[in-house]
Write a new protein. Structure first.
Length: 170
């Protein structure tokens, strides 16, 4: 069976320069960069070289139209906070990251995109843990990426039915 691509949480900060922060579903850093004056295709190409995005996140609300279009192009779920993240909240999100990865975030675009990715990860982390535990009970922990994809990208109805469908495909 072909190995599934890695699921990604992508934080975006849209402007003349696009901040793009990419985490895996365990919250590990995959990439962070700023792309100057990109076309949508440039951003998509950059993201897809690391895996399959399951969440595209922003630090502002409402979600900017260009991020909405990019997420639609990728067929992925979006996350944005109920109100724009305040500077203090962003800094709190970034504090632990910057201790572990000093000097990685080079500009405000990268900081904002990383704050968005970290916020989305925190919101979805509990779900990822529950999914892993449910698959562990079935002896199928190695199918976690597939289950996350089914639930977030393909919009599975619920965890129990999605797990049943995965187990049928054994």
């Amino acid at each position: 069976m072909a190995r599934n691509p890695k699921n990604l949480i992508v934080g975006l900060d849209a402007g003349a320069g696009y901040g793009v922060a990419i985490l895996d579903t365990e919250g590990k850093l995959i990439s962070v960069t700023t792309i100057r004056h990109p076309r949508r295709g440039d951003i998509i190409k950059h993201i897809l070289k690391f895996g399959r995005p399951v969440i595209i996140a922003s630090d502002v609300s409402p979600l900017p139209q260009n991020i909405t279009k990019l997420a639609a192009s990728l067929g992925t779920r979006t996350y944005y906070p109920p109100s724009p993240l305040k500077v203090k909240e962003k800094q709190k999100l970034l504090d632990d990251f910057e201790k572990e990865f000093p000097q990685v975030l080079k500009d405000s675009h990268q900081k904002d995109s990383m704050a968005a990715a970290l916020k989305a990860f925190r919101v979805y982390h509990g779900l990822f843990v529950r999914l892993g535990e449910a698959l562990e009970k079935e002896g199928q922990r190695d199918r976690l990426e597939e289950l996350i994809s089914i639930l977030l990208i393909r919009r599975g109805k619920n965890i129990t039915d999605s797990i049943r469908n995965i187990l049928k495909k054994k």
